[in-house]
Write a protein that binds this ligand. Structure first.
Ligand SMILES: NC(=O)c1ccc[n+]([C@@H]2O[C@H](COP(=O)([O-])OP(=O)(O)OC[C@H]3O[C@@H](n4cnc5c(N)ncnc54)[C@H](O)[C@@H]3O)[C@@H](O)[C@H]2O)c1
Length: 253
């Protein structure tokens, strides 16, 4: 068991990649706390003997409550996976009121949630002698070699801005927390077969494209390998995983 008794919070765990993180980490012996605003996260929890919390990761009171309850239950927190996220089309020509609402919602779920959980959990990891924080980002931040330097779609400026912001957290937190054996890494995955991708692509996806999509359990396995590197392992890395490429942990940058 590679994660025996590791107390692990996974956000956005009701479905998709977050549910895979939860299931695969539990299969390696971790004690899971799963978080989502969908009630169905309770079913994920019931199947892996985990604790579920239903709420919004952008809500500071909710996040504080999850973290405090976890410490009361398990004394410590070893792993945080900031996975919750959402996307819909946004851009610079959107109507003003829609733009303001979209900014708060997308930055809230994708960026403020990671900020809140990171801030709440980091001091606990320091007291516990170490830990791992992994943020779910996107290949729009670290694109496949054949795609050039980056590839904004021209239709998701707020999603992309929220994920680029996670680099700021990972790069800075990794340095601040290195003396305390807390490692912080981002996984910048490309197309992975989940509800999010299928609803973005639409009802009739090109089968050749679908065949290249990654599997969420394979993303979870890469995350486990990052943790398995141990205290001397990478930190501050922004790891690209790309559709049509093997879903494997590359060497440290
Ligand atoms: N699927 C892909 O192709 C892909 C590619 C790149 C990055 N990602 C990232 O991976 C992560 C997981 O994506 P997925 O494809 O599994 O998506 P998904 O939509 O299938 O699952 C996301 C989960 O997060 C939850 N969530 C969203 N906002 C929340 C909030 N504010 N509070 C609480 N829960 C919230 C949702 O309820 C949902 O259960 C996301 O951060 C996403 O941006 C996914």
């Amino acid at each position: 068991m590679r994660l025996e008794n590791q107390v692990t919070i996974v956000t956005g765990a009701a479905q998709g990649i977050g549910a895979s993180f939860a299931r695969c980490f539990a299969a390696e012996g971790a004690k899971l706390i799963v978080v989502d605003r969908q009630e169905s996260v309770r079913e994920v929890a019931a199947n892996i003997d985990a604790t579920a919390h239903v709420g919004d990761v952008a809500d500071a009171t909710f996040v504080r409550g999850v973290v405090d309850a976890t410490v009361a239950q398990h004394d410590t927190i070893d792993i945080l996976v900031n996975n919750a996220g959402e996307v819909w089309p946004t851009g610079p020509l959107d109507e003003w009121e829609k733009a303001l609402a979209d900014y708060d919602a997308l930055m809230g779920s994708n960026c403020r949630g990671a900020f809140l959980f990171g801030r709440a959990v980091a001091p606990i990891m320091v007291v516990g002698g170490g830990g791992n924080i992994i943020n779910a980002s996107t290949d729009h931040v670290n694109s496949a070699p054949e795609r050039g330097r980056h590839h904004g779609h021209g239709a998701m400026d707020l999603y992309n801005a929220s994920k680029w912001a996670l680099n700021g957290f990972a790069f800075d937190w990794s340095k601040a927390l290195a003396p305390h054996n807390v490692r912080v890494n981002n996984i910048n995955m490309g197309a992975t077969d989940t509800e999010m991708l299928r609803s973005w692509i639409g009802t009739d996806p090109d089968p050749e494209y679908v065949a290249t999509w990654m599997k969420s359990d394979d993303i979870a396995e890469v995350a486990i390998q990052i943790i398995d590197e141990g205290p001397g392992g990478r930190t501050g890395d922004s790891i690209g995983l790309w559709a049509g490429h093997p879903t494997v942990l590359p060497p440290p940058e």
